[in-house]
Design a protein around this ligand. Structure first.
Ligand code: CP
Ligand code: NVA
Length: 309
């Protein structure tokens, strides 16, 4: 455990496959304890500041409740109400918060801002989503896949849609755990080369495989896991109309699901737009593990909090 204390959680790239597996072990332990009603107040007296520059349902509630269940105290800090709004630099915010709280979770636009916060803070910083990455989400996703499939290595995960923050973290998380990740996105919307290179570098060590394609069927074929996310992310509202046209073929529907393995599960980080990236039938269908996935945010993040703080 000592290997984790004081570290930041900015991307999954910074953790070894063994460390990611360990996060998952701890997450499963917390899940079991919580289900059994066994106390696990390992963060008694600790506080977490949570800065939000974008809306959130799951991340906010699961971090707040998780911190409470661990015996600690969460502070929700909307950037609208912080001096950040009036231009106080993140570097100053970082040093001030470091004097009060034991950890900071931040959801914002630029990954650089999170890196800056982490550099100037002398407490752990957790990335609760940037335009580039969503590592907490993907830790919960890996937990969900392992829960449903019993393992991760060798499984095929087909992601259909925008090469966004969630896709980027899936590439890295999947590569770290030896999965075959194939991302199908339209030209111009594929994951950045840097992220694909990182994932490939990891996949070489774990026996995983990384493929980028434009063909949704290639991603769906024989997949163990089908995954999608919104066509327009937070901050891209102005592009929504254009993106609806570009992404119309990139939908998880019954037809596409037939290409996957019969026992495939369907994941979506939520919030979802029914009739766009996923149909109502698939979302509410027997292969959807979407709400178990949302639940696992709580358990996975408790592992992150307990190990880092
Ligand atoms: N999946 C996810 O991060 O959801 P929220 O935006 O509701 O936090
Ligand atoms: N890609 C989405 C994920 C939301 C949890 C966004 O950034 O808005």
């Amino acid at each position: 455990d000592g290997k984790f204390k004081g570290r930041d959680f900015l991307t999954l790239y910074h953790f070894t496959p063994e460390e990611i597996t360990y996060f998952l072990e701890v997450a499963f332990q917390f899940k079991e304890k919580q289900k059994k009603g066994e106390p696990h107040r390992v963060l008694e007296g600790k506080t977490l500041g949570m800065i939000f520059q974008k809306p959130s349902t799951r991340t906010r509630v699961s971090f707040e409740v998780g911190m409470y269940q661990l015996g600690g105290f969460p502070l929700f800090l909307s950037s609208q109400d912080l001096q950040i709004k009036r231009g106080e630099p993140i570097q100053d915010t970082a040093r001030v918060l470091s004097r009060y709280v034991d950890g900071i979770m931040i959801r914002t636009y630029s990954q650089q801002e999170v890196e800056d916060l982490a550099r100037y803070a002398d407490i752990p910083v957790i990335n609760g989503l940037t335009d580039m990455f969503h590592p907490c989400q993907v830790l919960a996703d890996l937990m969900t896949i392992r829960e449903k499939k019993g393992a991760l290595a060798g499984l095929k995960l087909g992601y259909i849609g925008d090469g966004n923050n969630v896709a980027n973290s899936l590439l890295i998380g999947g590569a770290k755990t030896g999965m075959k990740v194939i991302v199908a996105s339209p030209p111009g919307y594929q994951p950045p080369k840097q992220v694909v290179d990182w994932a490939r570098e990891d996949a070489r060590k774990t026996g995983g495989e990384i493929t980028i394609t434009e063909d949704p069927l290639e991603a769906a074929r024989e997949a163990d896991v089908l995954y999608t996310d919104v066509w327009a992310s937070m901050g891209q509202e102005k592009e929504a109309v254009e993106r609806k046209k570009v992404f119309s073929r990139y939908q998880i529907n019954e037809d596409l699901l037939h290409y996957a393995r019969p026992d495939a599960i369907v994941l979506h980080c939520l919030p979802a737009h029914r009739g766009e990236e996923i149909t109502e039938e698939v979302m509410e269908g027997p292969q959807s593990a979407i709400f178990d996935q949302a639940e696992n945010r709580l358990h996975a993040q408790k592992a992150i909090l307990a190990l880092l703080l």
